[in-house]
Ligand binder design. Structure first.
Ligand SMILES: C[S@@+](CC[C@H](N)C(=O)[O-])C[C@H]1O[C@@H](n2cnc3c(N)ncnc32)[C@H](O)[C@@H]1O
Length: 219
């Protein structure tokens, strides 16, 4: 859906970003102020991916014994922090976030749901040492989407989790169809970095299209 007042919502505009960090920073600099009101009404993926996190944590042999209030979660490309609200409502208290955009992160900070926020982290680049292997869960919504991150970023996400940790990701359907995401996913398993625990295809995401959802466990 796109109209004169919400030009950013157009997925075709996002394609023009071409995964270039400076273009992405500029794009979200001008969208941060209205992002939440532009997207929240029809953003089904927020609750859906939070539910997947909870469901898979509870069935994980490594994580199920950890109290929700102690479980560490990294929200990768957290933007304005929309995921913070449902995760906080589930009892999670150690929620951190990274993003390229200072303006989006400032909104996440205002939400009050995040413990720590890391600005200017480009998920295409090697991770800051303090983020490597540091989390029980990495979650990433709305970032594996046209014009944004490349499929290889999957390695960086999984790399934020500890052995037995979970990585939960959405990929928009057109993104999956036009990138080598599946090959990267297959490779990460073949290399013994992580195992794909579950894949949900063509599930609700937003009113302008569905997404696939992926749950990996770090080996
Ligand atoms: C569509 S928004 C999604 C924000 C939030 N996860 C949500 O679902 O509302 C995409 C976010 O990904 C961030 N992003 C894009 N490329 C990135 C990269 N290479 N490294 C870190 N963050 C990135 C953008 O700055 C933006 O905040």
């Amino acid at each position: 859906m796109t109209n004169d007042t919400t030009p950013h919502i157009n997925i075709h505009d996002a394609l023009l970003l071409d995964s270039d960090p400076e273009s992405i920073v500029r794009y979200y600099q001008s969208w941060a102020a209205t992002y939440d009101s532009d997207v929240t009404a029809n953003y089904f993926g927020v609750q859906l991916i939070a539910d997947l996190v909870q469901q898979h944590v509870q069935s994980s042999s490594t994580l199920s014994d950890i109290a929700a209030s102690a479980l560490t979660i990294m929200d990768v490309g957290c933007g304005t922090g929309l995921l913070g609200k449902p995760l906080h409502a589930m009892g999670y208290r150690h929620i951190d976030g990274v993003d390229l955009s200072a303006e989006m992160l400032a909104k996440a900070g205002e939400s009050g749901f995040f413990r720590r926020l890391f600005e200017g982290v480009d998920i295409h680049q090697p991770l800051p040492a303090e983020l490597a292997g540091a989390y029980d869960v990495a979650v990433c919504l709305g970032v594996f989407t046209p014009g944004h991150v490349l499929p290889e970023a999957l390695y960086q996400l999984v790399g934020m989790t500890r052995p037995g940790g979970l990585t939960v990701i959405s990929t928009r359907v057109p993104y999956y169809d036009t990138t080598d995401y599946q090959q990267v996913s297959d490779r990460i398993e073949a290399e013994g970095v992580a195992v794909l625990r579950k894949r949900y295809m063509n599930a609700p995401y937003r009113d302008d299209g569905d997404a696939h959802y992926w749950v990996y466990e770090r080996l």
